[in-house]
Ligand binder design. Structure first.
Ligand SMILES: [Zn+2]
Length: 235
């Protein structure tokens, strides 16, 4: 996902004034998740030799797939599967995580999040810039899914590394509860995320279902590229 200065400014403002409105829904959402339990990984299978070859290929970054390429588009539209816990401890997974972060932070991309399908790997792995943590670190989450999302929503501009030269307005929940496999403990854990960071999580987990932000565009906002403010801020 690309970063838009106007989004962050607007979203932060809305988030601040709405915080007191979110809390009751957040508590309800958390309670609902606890009662339903935290699902184990689904459809997990070992990395194939083809996936390993792509991940372990030369270079510190990976090619970002584009919707404008028919073969890439098939991968981007394919739902992703989980990784077995043992695979998350593997050297290949470490390389994938490192290369996803290197790819999204490369000056040619300058994104705030990336999903594994965008580098050709149909696995439930995303890298997210944590705007809600000091220093805004990138963190990588295997076997991630959104367990619940708030009814409170905010609309803001989004772009995508896989959708060149476009952006548009998308409505997203203000808060989400995510679950993922902790890479250290291999336990399934939860995190509650708010604000702009929650938007990034929603954009990236959509990729894992084969969904692009362009599927969710508010119609009047489509194809804003070239208008004032359409350029992502350079980090
Ligand atoms: Zn994207």
């Amino acid at each position: 996902m690309r970063y838009y200065n106007s989004f962050f400014r607007n979203f932060t403002f809305m988030h601040d004034i709405s915080r007191h409105l979110i809390l009751p829904a957040a508590l309800l959402a958390t309670a609902a998740v606890v009662s339903s339990g935290c699902g184990a990984t689904r459809g997990a299978s070992r990395l194939s030799s083809a996936e390993k070859a792509l991940i372990e290929g030369s270079g510190s970054t990976m090619r970002v797939l584009l919707v404008t390429d028919p073969a890439d588009s098939v991968v981007l539209r394919t739902p992703s599967t989980d990784l077995p816990a043992g695979e998350i401890r593997s050297e290949t997974y470490r390389i994938l995580a490192d290369k996803m972060v290197a790819t999204v932070t490369d000056p040619s991309q300058d994104g705030v999040g990336i999903a594994a399908p965008q580098v050709g790997i149909n696995r439930r792995v995303i890298a997210v810039m944590r705007y809600d943590k000091p220093g805004h670190p990138f963190e990588v989450y295997p076997n991630i899914r959104i367990e619940s999302m708030s009814d409170e929503k905010q609309t803001g501009p989004e772009g995508c590394l896989s959708v060149p030269d476009r952006r548009g307005e998308v409505e997203r929940s203000m808060q989400v509860v995510v679950s993922y496999t902790d890479p250290q403990t291999l336990q399934q854990v939860r995190d509650t995320v708010e604000g702009y960071t929650a938007v990034i999580f929603q954009h990236e987990t959509d990729h894992l279902e084969g969904i692009l932000y362009t599927d969710r565009l508010i119609p009047s906002s489509a194809d804003e590229a070239g208008q004032e403010g359409a350029q992502p801020q350079t980090k």
